[in-house]
Structure formats: structure tokens, C-alpha cells
Design a binder for this molecule. Structure first.
Ligand SMILES: Cc1cc2nc3c(=O)[nH]c(=O)nc-3n(C[C@H](O)[C@H](O)[C@H](O)COP(=O)(O)OP(=O)(O)OC[C@H]3O[C@@H](n4cnc5c(N)ncnc54)[C@H](O)[C@@H]3O)c2cc1C
Length: 379
């Protein structure tokens, strides 16, 4: 993918930042399930929170290709840190950037760009995961306020967020056309954030439930037209899936590099691992998976950047890249033998982190449903 000199320079800066600031803290983040405040502050200073926010609101204004280039870099470091930044600069701010009115943009975006306010995106509910249309959270108009009641679960960044993009039913009789999006702030009375979930991976990045108990939201915090929330969420998730795919490419790239290094130094049976054809073929398959994932990611980026819907392309990229990552990380553990199973090598961390990519932002099964539906619609 052709990148501008500015984006290439930014990628270099981020690579240096990762080496100097993130990697040395990665094991600590993993073990404490927390991102140190000083690292968040350094990320603010580098402008990471403003990557996708337009320059006029204090950000860097990257397009999807630029965002994906950064995601690929971020895939090579601590997954929790990458998710904190990726979620904020992706699904959690994309709605306000795309659909916010001027007052909303002026109020939220500069603070989000500086990282003073962190965002989260709240769609999932206990009864509405793969089928978000089954949501129960309601928003009822009362004078100049909307009053929200209901709950959300598994919300990334919730514990550290100030800005909450929340989907709720405003007119049940209209089914998905009766879902609207609201921007909430942490101190709105009636909004509460529950305890952080303890997760398999993605340590450091919070995942928590939200509850709305007669939560009063000013009418001016409706994002986009009333009833457009479901379509908006799907659009946001379409682009989000491409960025997940790009991050998986970066993760595979790093794993392959680690395997190449290890195979060249580890000797067994009088030979370097690199001399065993069985392992060479594993390595070759890993590289092909990564390259095919990159190709599908680039196709999806190009489709969306041409202004097309890109639903099939985004789902195909996410489906393939996340499943490829599963295979590649499994092979990486195998190539490292017993060391691959040890925390010390860091491969097992990626093994656990990788698992979420096949579940969130639409599971593999849902991506297949979307692809099939698109194909059947075309005939
Ligand atoms: C760590 C983490 C972070 C998350 N962050 C966010 C966030 O920031 N914001 C947010 O809104 N949500 C978030 N989610 C929620 C996530 O998007 C959902 O977990 C996901 O969409 C799956 O929904 P579910 O967990 O309810 O599983 P279910 O929908 O109950 O699915 C269970 C299984 O059934 C399969 N299945 C379901 N429906 C179908 C079907 N129609 N056809 C075939 N198979 C099907 C699924 O693929 C899955 O294998 C997060 C989840 C996790 C675990």
C-alpha cells in the first residue's frame, strides 16, 4: 500500500516509541493488568490519541490507510496498549468524526485528540452480542433530555473512558430503524461503570460493563439523526474490522521474525532448527498466511477509501487475518518448543491475545454470515 512520506515518518516514530517506551513495560502490563500512567502520558505527548481526529480539532487526521499502517506497527507490541489506542482512535471516536455536528466536534474532539478524554464504544448487551438488534437499552425523550435505561457489557476502555458512544432504542416499533446513538460523558448522573473483567488476554486494557439508571442525556448529545444508530454502528464496525485485520498482520510479522531468529540460533540433534525442512515449511506457511492477510486488508482499505461500502471486503479481511493469526501463533509456539509455552518468551502472551480477534467486532461466524449474505444478494 502506497503511504505518504508523513505516514511513513510517523510509523518510524511509533516504532521507536514502541522500542523505547512500550516494550520495556510490556511484561509489567501483562502481569499487573494495567497500563502505567506515565506510558499513557508519553502516548499523549506523541499524539497517539489524535491519530484519526482531523487536524482542525487538534489531531493528526490519518485516513484509513494511515490508521491501518499504524495498527500494523502497534500489532508488534503489547496488545493491551495497542487496543487502548486503537479502540480510542477507531470505533470510539469515528462516530463523532463522521457524524458529529460542529458543537459536538468542538466539545469532544480536541480533548479526545489530546488524550485528556478517552473514548469507548458501547453496543453489546447481555442478550445482544452477535445480534445487536436484540438490544434492550432504551432512550426516552423527556423535554430537552433523553433518559437512558439499560446495560452494556464487555466495553473496551470503559474504566478509563470519559466519552461513551452508546446505542439505544428510541422507537421499538421501528426495529433496527428505531436505534439511535448518544454521546455520554462519565459524570452524567445515572451512568455507572462496573468492575473490570478478568480476561484471558488483552491485559492492561480494561473491559467493563455499563449501567444506565434514568441517565439523563442532553438532547444535543444525540449523534446523527434519530433512528440511524444501527446503520452508523455497522459502518463504524466495517472500518474497525479492517483495522483489526491490519493489527493481525503486524502481529504475524513479529511472530515470524521471532521464529526466524530462534530457528537460526537453536541447535538440536546437531543441527540448527533452521536446517529442518519440517520447520522451514511451517515458516513458509506462516509467511503466506501473513501476506494473504495483508492482501485482503489492502483490498478492504482500497474499497472503503474509494467510498464504497466494503462490507464483504472488510469481513473477508477480518475473517482471514484473525484466523491466520490463530494458525501463525500456534506454529510460533511449536517452533519455540517448550520455550514457546513459557511466559518468558512472550509468545504465549500473543497466543492468548490473538484469541479475542476472532470474537470481537463480529465473530468469525458472523463475518462468514455477512460474506455469504453479500454474495447471495449479488446473484
Ligand atoms: C475483550 C472483549 C472486548 C469487547 N469490546 C467491546 C466493545 O468495546 N464494545 C462493544 O460493544 N462490544 C465489545 N465486545 C463484545 C463483542 O463484540 C461480543 O462479545 C461479540 O460480538 C460476540 O457476542 P457474544 O459474546 O454475545 O457471543 P454470542 O453472540 O452469544 O455468540 C456465541 C457463539 O455463537 C456464534 N453465533 C452467534 N450468532 C450466530 C449466527 N447468527 N450464526 C452463526 N453463529 C453465531 C458466535 O459466533 C459465537 O461463536 C467485546 C468482547 C470482548 C470479549
Amino acid at each position: 500500500m502506497q503511504l505518504s512520506p508523513e505516514v511513513r515518518q510517523l510509523c518510524d516514530e511509533i516504532r521507536r516509541f514502541i522500542q523505547k517506551e512500550v516494550e520495556p513495560r510490556s511484561r509489567w502490563i501483562e502481569e499487573h493488568d494495567e497500563i502505567p500512567a506515565e506510558l499513557v502520558q508519553k502516548a499523549r505527548e506523541l499524539g497517539l490519541f489524535g491519530l484519526t481526529i482531523p487536524e482542525q480539532y487538534g489531531g493528526i487526521g490519518l485516513d484509513l490507510a494511515g490508521k491501518c499502517a499504524i495498527e500494523e506497527e502497534m500489532g508488534k507490541t503489547n496488545y493491551g496498549f495497542a487496543t487502548l489506542i486503537g479502540n480510542h482512535t477507531g470505533i470510539s471516536s469515528a462516530g463523532i468524526v463522521a457524524l458529529g455536528n460542529e458543537a459536538q466536534k468542538k466539545h469532544f474532539l480536541p480533548r479526545m485528540a489530546s488524550g485528556e478524554w478517552i473514548g469507548c464504544f458501547a453496543l453489546t448487551e447481555p442478550q445482544a452480542g452477535s445480534d445487536p438488534a436484540a438490544m434492550r437499552t432504551t432512550a426516552v425523550k423527556k423535554g430537552d433530555r433523553w433518559v437512558l435505561n439499560g446495560e452494556k457489557i464487555f466495553i473496551t476502555n470503559a474504566s478509563v473512558a470519559h466519552v461513551f458512544t452508546v446505542m439505544a432504542i428510541t422507537d421499538r416499533s421501528k426495529a433496527i430503524k428505531g436505534i439511535s446513538t448518544f454521546i455520554l460523558e462519565r459524570d452524567f448522573p445515572g451512568l455507572s461503570v462496573g468492575r473490570n473483567e478478568l480476561k484471558m488476554g488483552m491485559h492492561g486494557c480494561s473491559t467493563a460493563p455499563l449501567a444506565f439508571n434514568d441517565c439523563a442525556v442532553p438532547a444535543g448529545n444525540l449523534l446523527g439523526p434519530e433512528g440511524a444508530g444501527y446503520v452508523q454502528a455497522l459502518k463504524t464496525l466495517t472500518a474497525g474490522r479492517v483495522t483489526v485485520s491490519a493489527r493481525c498482520v503486524g502481529m504475524m510479522d513479529k511472530l515470524i521474525g521471532r521464529c526466524v531468529e530462534y530457528m537460526k540460533v537453536r541447535t538440536q540433534g546437531g543441527h540448527k532448527l533452521a536446517e529442518y525442512q519440517g520447520l522451514q515449511w511451517m515458516l513458509a506457511d506462516m509467511a503466506v498466511q501473513r501476506d494473504a492477510a495483508r492482501g485482503l486488508t489492502e483490498r478492504a482499505i482500497a474499497t472503503l477509501m474509494r467510498g464504497e461500502r466494503g462490507t464483504l471486503e472488510a469481513s473477508a479481511a477480518k475473517l482471514f487475518s484473525t484466523e491466520a493469526l490463530g494458525k501463525v501463533v500456534d506454529a510460533a509456539v511449536q517452533i519455540h518448543g517448550g520455550m514457546g509455552y513459557m511466559r518468558e518468551a512472550g509468545i504465549e502472551t500473543t497466543f492468548r491475545d490473538a484469541r479475542i480477534t476472532r470474537i470481537y467486532e463480529g465473530s468469525s461466524e458472523i463475518q462468514r454470515n455477512i460474506i455469504a449474505a453479500q454474495l447471495l444478494k449479488e446473484q
